[in-house]
Design a protein around this ligand. Structure first.
Ligand code: ZN
Length: 407
């Protein structure tokens, strides 16, 4: 097979966000049909947020296809990009869009926090370390696996490709905002994707910019990020669920008697903190974890049993804004009830920056092409974005504790 081999006819997959996902290249179709890519059907996109938004059951599989489709449209429909990229670069960046999240573990980001793993690291291992995906890519063209991984880890020699996959206006963010807004039913996340595409250009042949007439669409997009973070991603109930996961893993690690391999074959390597083989990683998904938790409901340790039951039944911890007096009061309740504050009292601080202005270290800023041909970073071209990043920053700290102790 060669990199340029087309499918016999265009394959289409229906999608509620983009209408259709369209596949023309055989290598893309083969990757979609690989076991590693199919595994993403078993990992939900939003960790704890579906404890708040019950229809948010969509998967990394759907999101990855959506990112691919946006990249496919960019390399075909945005004239500046279509004309400046070679065909081999177009296929490589479409594959990078498809595979950018291939290394996600169960419960998406919650898993990384619990296990101190990074999905980016696993993504590159799965692409390059001799898996079925590595073979599909290398059979299409020698060196393709590394070229795709290089785009994902910002090491591509063509900066246009990096910006399409990983910048503050990339195909990844554009897909997850629209998709998460749709499946959570929160209208705030929507923005005018078509207007962004219509006004996207290349400046000095390597920087993606937006024409001045597209500034409103960009303001809208940044505001949608701002709202989605507070309303969905950082919702305190979602964080409370993720805290329970965290407490359960802490307890399992602290216990000496976790040698019960029959009960938790999938969880054991994580509890031991071993570096995971790709074979072990492959077996970890939302389904196998939920099975593991279902077994832990019968565990002999009362704390493990309680935390696993709470996860299963959505009997989450309550939360409050942190004050020192609150913490003292709650700590006393927990101790009086004979519980261990190490697992029954959590603290979590989040801050969000819906847009980070350009710095030499972070080159993912959004640039506006002014009518006179100059470029301005969006925070210098929009009063709304300027106010959002220079106004008081809204951070949020919560403490979590068992609700029934209250009063
Ligand atoms: Zn993604």
């Amino acid at each position: 097979m060669s990199l340029y081999q087309r499918t016999v006819e265009q394959k289409v997959l229906r999608d509620p966000i983009h209408g259709y996902i369209r596949v023309d290249y055989q290598v893309v179709w083969d990757v979609i049909n690989s076991a590693w890519f199919q595994r993403l059907r078993r990992i939900r996109q939003l960790g704890g947020a579906n404890m708040v938004y019950h229809c948010a059951e969509h998967t990394r599989f759907a999101h990855s296809l959506g990112v691919y489709e946006l990249v496919r449209r960019m390399v075909n429909e945005i004239n500046d990009i279509a004309e400046s990229l070679k065909e081999e670069e177009k296929v490589a960046v479409m594959l990078a869009g498809l595979l950018h999240d291939i290394g996600h573990g169960p419960y998406s980001h919650a898993f990384e926090a619990i296990t101190s793993t990074s999905h980016e690291e696993y993504t590159c291992r799965i692409i390059e370390e001799d898996t079925e995906i590595t073979h599909i890519l290398e059979n299409a063209e020698k060196g393709l696996a590394k070229r795709v991984a290089d785009i994902i880890r910002h090491q591509s020699d063509n900066f246009i490709l990096t910006q399409m996959i990983s910048s503050q206006l990339d195909a990844d963010r554009m897909d997850y905002l629209l998709r998460d807004a749709y499946f959570t039913g929160t209208a705030y996340g929507e923005f005018d994707l078509e207007r962004i595409f219509r006004t996207m250009r290349l400046h000095e042949s390597n920087r993606l910019v937006i024409k001045q007439s597209g500034v409103f669409a960009i303001e809208n997009y940044i505001m949608s990020r701002y709202h989605m973070y507070w309303q969905v991603y950082y919702h305190p109930v979602a964080r409370s669920y993720e805290y329970l996961l965290h407490a359960l893993f802490n307890r399992l690690r602290d216990l000496e008697n976790t040698k019960d391999k029959a009960i938790m074959p999938y969880l054991k390597p994580l509890i031991d903190n071993h570096k995971l083989s790709l074979e072990q990683y492959f077996a970890m998904d939302d389904y196998s974890f939920n099975y593991g938790f279902a077994c832990l409901v019968h565990h002999k340790d009362p704390i493990v049993k309680d935390l696993a039951t709470r996860l299963r039944d959505r009997h989450l911890f309550a939360y409050t804004d942190k004050t020192d007096a609150d913490v003292r009061r709650i700590r006393k309740w927990i101790k009086d009830a004979g519980l261990d504050t190490k697992y029954y009292l959590g603290r979590d601080a989040v801050k969000q920056r819906p847009y980070v202005p350009y710095t030499e270290k972070i080159d993912g800023a959004i640039w506006i092409l002014m009518k006179d041909g100059s470029t301005k970073e969006i925070s210098n071209a929009s009063n709304i974005v300027y106010s959002l990043i220079h106004g008081p920053q809204q951070d949020d700290t919560k403490i979590f504790y068992p609700e029934e102790l209250e009063g």
